[in-house]
Design a protein around this ligand. Sequence first.
Ligand SMILES: NC(=O)c1ccc[n+]([C@@H]2O[C@H](COP(=O)([O-])OP(=O)(O)OC[C@H]3O[C@@H](n4cnc5c(N)ncnc54)[C@H](O)[C@@H]3O)[C@@H](O)[C@H]2O)c1
Ligand SMILES: O=c1ccn([C@@H]2O[C@H](COP(=O)(O)OP(=O)(O)O[C@H]3O[C@H](CO)[C@@H](O)[C@H](O)[C@H]3O)[C@@H](O)[C@H]2O)c(=O)[nH]1
Length: 442
Amino acid sequence: MKIAVVGTGYVGLVTGVCLAEVNHDVICIDTDLQKIKNMEQGISPIYEPGLEELMVKNINKGNLKFTNIHVEGFKNAEVIIIAVGTPQMPDGSANLQYIEAVAKSIAEYVTKDVIVVTKSTVPVGTNDFVRQVILDNLKCDVNVKVASNPEFLREGSAIVDTFQGDRIVIGTQDEETASILEMMYEPFGLPIFKTDIYSSEMIKYASNAFLATKISFINEVSNICEKLGANVEDVANGMGFDNRIGRAFLNAGIGYGGSCFPKDTHALVQIAGGVHHDFELLKSVIEVNNKQQRLLVDKIKARFENPEGKTVAMLGLAFKPNTDDMREAASSVLARELIQLGMKVIAYDPIAIENAKTQLPQQVIYANSSEEALKQSDFALIVTEWDEFKQMDLGKLQEWLTEPILFDGRNCFTLEQAKNAGIEYHSMGRPSIMLENKVSIN
Ligand SMILES: NC(=O)c1ccc[n+]([C@@H]2O[C@H](COP(=O)([O-])OP(=O)(O)OC[C@H]3O[C@@H](n4cnc5c(N)ncnc54)[C@H](O)[C@@H]3O)[C@@H](O)[C@H]2O)c1
Ligand SMILES: O=c1ccn([C@@H]2O[C@H](COP(=O)(O)OP(=O)(O)O[C@H]3O[C@H](CO)[C@@H](O)[C@H](O)[C@H]3O)[C@@H](O)[C@H]2O)c(=O)[nH]1
């Protein structure tokens, strides 16, 4: 099938590459010429495990092409997939300007019947808007069908999620459109759930809001566990045995970040508000997350009478491991607050440093390895649970840090490991490990 994908970010590029891998004829379109030039040479604009290899393989097979010229991309397309960003507006709602621009260019350039699929996360009713914009601006006498097809991949495991996802959602009430899209996805062999467009659009927001709710819920439980001396990991494990609850997304930490949960929870609050529904539960989820992202600062303030002048090694900057994405990363919030407290921050991340430089305060100093960061610091924080931090020899902290104190925002180590390493260890929702003569802060 001939497919054009508009937008080559995390979703568009991964989708384009994976559709090419199952032998569709794919052309990816982006307005960013530099990205296009890099991709043509097999260079991925994002860090995503396995993506670049698959990209190069399919360029060489002739299944995958790139262009910054929409008319060129749409020329032969049977299906056009919209995968441009829908970032957050100041009031929390989704910004649809990129969606509208794509709809206009489709109207202008398509010369044959085509199915337009919205994969970007968009508020309920947006596909009606897309259809209307296309109809209002259409230059040729062609038939354009619009369908919703939200995306559920996670950054860091996007390729695996695409080939082994739990479901593909197709929102359309047009039988022919549904069956063409089923054919497009058939090689993935995944369960396909068909519904109407509005429900499909809502499934995406409701799924992300529910996952965010699980995270804020366990983080609240975690904060209570700390006060009571319980261990949130055991609590989550015990809860997770119940199939109705499930263990996934019950990892306590410093809150959720990234390009999706923060913006999509805000957008759903706005969508609800638009129909005069006050989504109180989701507002609390957001509020809890905002507090949770800065919890390590409170712990540091409670531990040190005066943290001013201290140097801290910040390990991990990306919002989660295996990505270079810094959007809504807790590291941003933490770095800002620590610097405001008069501390020096030495940061390290295996992949995200270049992106971090555009977001973190200028005062942050970057190290080339965790060892380099730790050796210059008084104590340390773990913000992102990269494998290389989890595999770190904790005993070395005694040697490298002025004070062997670790604040672990992602519970990378067992309490036993910390105890055996002879360090002071403050994690999330678990009792602190103190060295002799020190009182626990919990
Ligand atoms: N990032 C994720 O993990 C993820 C997962 C599921 C759904 N989503 C949703 O998918 C959408 C895309 O997210 P993303 O993270 O891939 O975005 P992104 O910001 O990484 O990429 C968007 C791309 O679209 C390009 N673009 C903008 N306007 C264009 C136009 N008119 N024509 C061609 N290209 C254009 C930009 O240059 C950019 O490369 C969003 O709605 C997001 O909520 C994201
Ligand atoms: O138990 C958990 C699980 C996740 N997180 C945090 O939640 C955020 C999001 O993580 P994750 O969901 O793994 O990454 P995303 O790439 O943001 O993926 C989410 O957002 C995408 C964009 O909409 C959806 O497609 C995915 O299904 C959805 O999982 C990160 O900050 C994680 O650290 C936790 O704190 N605890």
